[in-house]
Write a protein that binds this ligand. Structure first.
Ligand code: ATP
Length: 366
């Protein structure tokens, strides 16, 4: 397996820039997710790493080797596509063996490798079945088997579970991560599904309009989003954004809200203009209280079984809060909210970037 390094990777299609000067390193054995909305440049980035697309500029290293201009076939990387075309009339065994046969590997070795891969993927009982007779989940396992049987240096996967239904996707994300851990393979996984990325990745690159907005562990991108875009894209429901208008602070250490104030975290950098701040708080970091610094009227309640998502209109805009499942909450009810001030984020509205904060806890005051 190998480390993959991408340096200032850039791709234009005519005047359109699909990937803008992206740099990141995927450590040996890491599960790395490229995450972002449709059209943000994930697939283009992956195709350049695979050697299926040439970059306009920048460099790609596989281990210490510069592979930027090396043909895909010579990169020793396996690519798993969403609609992986299996040969329907061939058996599972023949499908998995196919890449080894094309390499001219001796029969006995092929038999051994296919057997091993089938055991890892728990599809030994399917080896003699035709690919066309399999369920979608099993077909995806065979597709994975065909990729891993070559023992490549890295695996690249482009929305490989996109064609599966929600339940099977859930099963396969668990299986994929377990498979990754067993093979200790360097893997790059493209998805627009933040839950998929959060549940599988060691590291996530959140992309937006061709730019890597943030690189970090699932915990980092969730707890410390680097921009309004990341804060909005990660989390379901996403982070709440409260526009602070002109009344930012009472002194330097309070943020004034419509019905009270909260202790402000110390901003570690200067130069923020008054009125240019947005306060971010996740739904689970709001607590229902009688009074609270933020008050609103309930206009929606989504019962999720394990919790409820309550939507309120407040003087600072629409806010969503997570409430315990057993609390009775009715539409039209007026409720107070307390903010966990150790979990606040602050963003500069004009640029969308998050401000670096010194965090020391504290409570909100009504
Ligand atoms: P999706 O999940 O929808 O595939 P993505 O993040 O993978 O999204 P890309 O497929 O990398 O996005 O595409 C990024 C942008 O580049 C898109 O706007 C797309 O239309 C454009 N693009 C991709 N390939 C080409 C091409 N060969 N010629 C022109 N534009 C292209």
């Amino acid at each position: 397996m190998a480390k993959i390094t991408v340096e200032a990777l850039h791709k234009s299609f005519g005047d359109f820039v699909a990937v803008k000067s992206s740099s990141f390193t995927i450590e040996d054995g890491e599960f790395f997710c490229l995450l972002g909305p449709s059209g943000c440049g994930k697939t283009t980035t992956l195709r350049m790493i695979a050697g299926l697309e040439l970059p306009t500029s920048g460099r790609i290293f596989l281990g210490e080797q510069d592979v930027t201009f090396k043909r895909a076939a010579l990169r020793d990387i396996a690519f798993v596509f969403q609609f992986f075309a299996l040969y329907p009339h061939l058996s599972v065994r023949q499908n998995i063996a196919f890449p080894l046969k094309s390499q001219g590997m001796p029969r006995s070795e092929i038999r051994e490798r296919v057997g091993e891969v089938a055991r890892i993927l728990r599809i030994s009982h399917l080896l003699d079945k035709r690919a066309s007779s399999l369920s979608s989940g099993d077909r995806q396992r065979v597709a994975l088997g065909r990729a891993i049987v070559r023992r490549p240096k890295a695996f690249l996967m482009d929305e490989p579970l996109g064609a599966l239904d929600a339940e099977m996707r859930h099963v396969m994300t668990g299986e994929l991560r377990a498979l990754h851990d067993r093979l200790a393979a360097t893997s790059i996984y493209v998805t627009h599904d933040q839950l998929e990325a959060m549940s599988m990745a060691d590291k996530i690159a959140v992309m937006n309009r061709g730019i890597v907005e943030q690189l970090g562990s699932p915990r980092e991108v969730y707890d410390r989003p680097s921009s309004l875009f990341v804060a909005d894209f990660i989390g379901s429901p996403p982070m709440n954004f409260l526009s602070l208008g002109e009344g930012i602070a009472e002194g330097a250490d309070k943020i004034r809200l419509a019905n009270g104030h909260v202790d402000a975290p110390r901003i570690l950098e200067g130069g923020v203009r008054e009125g240019d701040l947005v306060l971010g708080i996740r739904p689970e970091h709001l607590q229902f209280v009688d009074e609270g610094a933020l008050r609103g009227v309930v206009f929606g309640v989504e019962y999720l079984g394990s919790a409820q998502i309550v939507t309120l209109t407040t003087p600072h805009g629409v806010v969503r809060a997570r409430a315990p499942a057993d609390r009775r909450i009715s539409v039209g009810e007026r409720l107070g909210l307390e903010l966990r001030t150790d979990r606040l984020s602050l963003f500069e509205k004009s640029t969308g970037r998050a401000l670096a904060l010194a965090r020391n806890g504290g409570a909100a005051h009504g």
